[in-house]
Design a protein around this ligand. Structure first.
Ligand code: MG
Length: 165
């Protein structure tokens, strides 16, 4: 399997339900923040995604935030999201993912890494043997370095038959 190939490609995190997870033998999620749970740079109300996270946790699913955002931004969102995690994670460094698995107390095969970027979220998750779920970015940020990354992501995804990014 290619290290850049996600196991699942979805349009929005809310498509992840207890049934979706049970069908794949998953008991925990490691979640990216920016453009996965919350629009890039946003500090606005995230009621829907918080309710979704609460429902999963109510169903016994363990959640952990693994974000490359600043520590300050992660500290803003963690109490609002209601579960543990870190900013400045250094994805795709596999050590960041191993630490997240340790915090969840679950083996890699029972945890999905969920994020919007192939070269950080999917690559790092695959490197440690997690299930990987690529989610469509919430907003299309037009930063120059992101444009180049997105072009590369599109090229990789097309090879796997995904045409939506
Ligand atoms: Mg992201």
């Amino acid at each position: 399997m290619s290290l850049l190939q996600p196991a699942d490609v979805i349009g929005h995190v809310r498509e992840i339900t207890p049934e979706f997870l049970a069908a794949r033998g998953l008991r925990g999620l490691v979640l990216d923040l920016d453009n996965t749970l919350i629009p890039y740079r946003s500090y606005a109300d995230a009621g829907e995604v918080v309710r979704w996270a609460d429902e999963l946790r109510g169903a016994g699913i363990r959640l952990y935030l693994l974000s490359n955002a600043t520590a300050k931004r992660a500290a803003f969102w963690l109490p609002r999201l209601g579960f543990e995690g870190v900013g400045m994670a250094g994805k795709p460094n596999p050590r960041a993912f191993q630490r997240a698995l340790t915090r969840l107390g679950l083996p890699a095969q029972q945890v999905a890494m969920v994020g919007d970027q192939l070269f950080t979220d999917v690559l790092g998750g695959n490197l440690v043997g997690m299930h990987t779920v690529l989610v469509r970015p919430l907003i299309d940020n037009a930063l120059p370095h992101t444009r180049v990354t997105r072009r590369l992501e599109r090229a990789v995804l097309r090879r796997y038959g995904h045409d939506w990014v």
